[in-house]
Every structure is written in C-alpha cells, then in structure tokens.
Design a protein around this ligand. Sequence first.
Ligand SMILES: C[S@@+](CC[C@H](N)C(=O)[O-])C[C@H]1O[C@@H](n2cnc3c(N)ncnc32)[C@H](O)[C@@H]1O
Length: 507
Amino acid sequence: MQRLLTAADDTPRSPLVITPGCPQAHKQAGADLGFLDRHGVLTRGLREVMTHHILFLFNRLGISAADTWLLATAAVHVTFHHPFDTQTGYQPAGTTDSRVNAVNTSPTESGTSSAAVLRDQLVGTLEQRGHIRSATVERAFRTVPRERFLPGVDLETVYTRRQIVTKRDPNGAALSSASSPSLVADMLEQLAPRPGHRVLEIGAATGINAALLAELTSPGGKVVTIELDQDLADGARASLGRAGYDTVEVIRGDGALGHPAHAPYDRIVVTAGAWDISAGWWDQLADDGRIVVPLRVHESGLTRCFAFDRTAPHQLVGTTTPLVCGFVPMRGTAAHTDHHVRLDADVVLKLDATDQPDRAALSSALSHPRLERWTGIQVSDADPIGHLDLWLLVHTDRPFGRLGVGDTARTSGLVTPAYRWAGAAIYHGATIAYLAFQDVGNGHHELGAIAHGPDATTLATDLTNLLDQWDEAGRPNQPTVTAQRAGTRPAERGGISRSDTVLTISF
Ligand SMILES: C[S@@+](CC[C@H](N)C(=O)[O-])C[C@H]1O[C@@H](n2cnc3c(N)ncnc32)[C@H](O)[C@@H]1O
C-alpha cells in the first residue's frame, strides 16, 4: 500500500502502469473536486465523495468487501501514521517508516475526536478561508456547541463545513437544514450584530444560528427566531434550552410576516431563499437597521445573499459584495414556484415564465447538433468570477435561464455547462446557448458558449460577445444593489419587480 500510494505514474517500473489512464483520470478528478470544493458547490464533504468513488471503483474491479477493508485499513495506516491492529484496524502506538506525509491529523489517539477539538479545527478552517473575519464571530463559533443542535448526527459530520439536511418532503427535496458553517459565518459577518441589538431571524431550523446570534448580541440583546414548522420550532426551542440559550424566543409562524411584538429590529437575517423583501420586514426593520437576505433574483433560482442598510424609509442599499449561495426556499405565504422546461430526461432549463417561452420548441433544442464557440478568455480556479452569471442576467437582451443537469447527461457529454448548479443560458425559440468552460491546464479554463438549435450560430455568438464585453469591462464582480419599497416611486427601467420590493442591480 505504501508503495502504491507513493508511486510515480510516469516510470516504466511504476505499479500504476497496469492501469494506464487511471492516474491521470484521478488527478483530473481531484482537481475538479478541489475546484468544486473551493467554489462551495459540493453538497457532500470531499471525504464522503471520494469514499463513494473509491468504493464504486473497488466494486467494479471485483474486490471483495474483506479485501476492501484490508486495503482501506492499510491506507489509513500509511497515510495517517495510525498504528495498526488486525482486529480493530489499530495497534498500540508505534512508529512507522511511512514516506507518505499525513494529510490530516484530526483524529485523536483513540481514533475519535472530541467536540471541542473538532470545533476548534472548524473555526481554524473558517478563519483560514476568510469566512470568519471578526473576533466576535470567532468567539461565538468557538462557544456554541453545534452537536447539541444536531442530536443523532455523528460528531465528524456535525463539524464538517457542509450543510446538513434535517428534513425532507416526500419527494426527497430538502425542507430544512443546518446551513453550511461557512455560509453561516459569512452571513454573520455581513449582518454584524452587536451587543444589545434586537435581532429577528427567519427560519430557526435547528436553532444553531439563533444560538450564535444570542452570543453576538449578549449582553442586553434580544433574539427572536421564527420557524414555519411546528416540529422544527419545538426542536429548536428544546435544543436552545438544553444548550443554555433559553432567552431566545422561538415563534412558530410564517416568517414573511415577521414578529411585530418585538419590533423594531436592529438586524433581520433571513435563512431561507426569499423571493421578496416582505412588507413585514420593511415595517419591522429599525430606521438604521440592516437586513441580510438570500434573494432569488430570477425565477431560474439564481440567488444571492445581500446585506442591505436602510438609508431612507423606503430604501435599502447593498453594503457588501453579495454572497453566492443556495438555500431551501421559503414556504408559506412567501412561497414561489420555479418554472422549467425539460430538455431531456436528465436536463431542465429553469426560466422566467413571464418570458413566455415556446415550450414545445425549446424542449426539442438538444435534438439539434452541438455548436461550440470559445473566446480565448481564460480564468483560473482562484479568480473571483462568482457573479458572472448575475452579470450575464443583467446584460443580456435575450431571455435568460439556467440549466440543471444530472450526472448521466453530463458524463455522456450531452450537456456540459460551466457549473452544474448554475449553467447560465440564453434561449430563443428552439435554440439555447449556455456558458461553458474548457480545461486548458494548470488550473485554468477558457470561457465559451455551447449552443443547440436552428439559431445556434446566432445565440452562441451573442453569448460569446457578452463574455467579451464582460472581459473588456474588467471582469466586474461587485454588483451594486438597491431595494426600493414597491409603490413608493415610479418604476425604473431594468428594475426587478416583486410585490413589496423593486430591486435594481448594476455593475
Ligand atoms: C436553511 S434552514 C435555516 C438554517 C438555520 N437558520 C441554521 O441555523 O442553520 C431554513 C428554514 O426555514 C424554514 N422556513 C421556510 N419557510 C419559512 C417561513 N415562511 N417562515 C419561517 N420559517 C420558514 C424551514 O422550515 C427551514 O427550517
């Protein structure tokens, strides 16, 4: 195992020569996973994804469960310098002559980690990656025991950086979750609650964020959190009580209405995907208050988390660069249905129904051959291009949509958008063109357009022209956003109009 793990793939005597192509495929898969992880896209942790992948590979190679166990145990031994025991997988502490550097030293000697150790590690990672930036948020994260809010979830999972879904509907769609700690930290930094503040949270879920808010507003503050579902509200109240945060008020109700009894609020934080800034939030936010809200700015589900300061009774102005995020959608009176056209068993185009697409024509788009146009514009994995799809939405004259693509369509090469979760696209009649990446090596990708349909050339050219404009404009990634209470001013051209709010986004 040690020889295998340290083998170079380019020497004739390498044990890897028996699987030509495999080392390169693994390198590529590792680079792709790293890219997705850095962009916060993975819904499972890296370790879980890789374990799944390896088990799949072993199954295909016909390796038995017993041999898989043996190989995995040996790999753990070599990689982590863990002592080895044939019964348990570990043996009393001893030295190894492994040449493989440990990649993770998180487990304690007993092989498990205490909550406090894992919490400190999580905080360290969140700081390193720039999600925690202030001493106050750091202290709150070090104090709140996440495991008390996630009973039955194993400690390692509790302290990963990923979202943990805690309730699903009968079709398997997520209804509630503990949001990813990275996103929670980012949102708390945006919100900047201070001691003495009154804070309203929408979407209590497990109660973790309410506990962090209680830490941040103490002493003298007040936290009210609203949860739509009775079972979740009861659970959050019980966990908050157990963890010593019984001053937090958990209300069972519809968060879109707010909770006037404790208004005005210095801070409002919405932790479910909202379609509008509701009248209740406009009414209950203090004159100099701040609201942080993940808003779906387009019916395709394109969502950004904005922090707005109230600058006038009917005006909110975006204060920080919005966050790229995904959230379970709000239900209740604020629920909003998505619209999509199915292009293939595994591919949908999510779009704005008011654009009135020719659904029948559009659904045939993928039966037309694929046309690729590349721009020569290169981006690196580290480049800040998180708001490119928002820029395209704001600047295109064509109807905009986003592709949702399953694994089968992607691996078969039928549809290969830049990101699976955000395949920005434009469409017209029976033609679509979508944003694509082409790997050019060294962690760089070239931007381009892939089109299908009778007007493929025109739409691919339109999309690449937009990409050229974006590049020439200096690759803007700082949208400026304002929100005006609906009906308080004549409608502006280009405004995104909702029942209670008109949003204006520019770059
Ligand atoms: C992503 S979870 C919230 C995460 C949570 N704040 C945390 O600490 O990680 C979203 C929650 O919003 C709740 N929700 C959805 N619509 C709601 C509404 N109209 N009013 C109140 N809560 C709502 C869901 O039931 C779910 O529990």
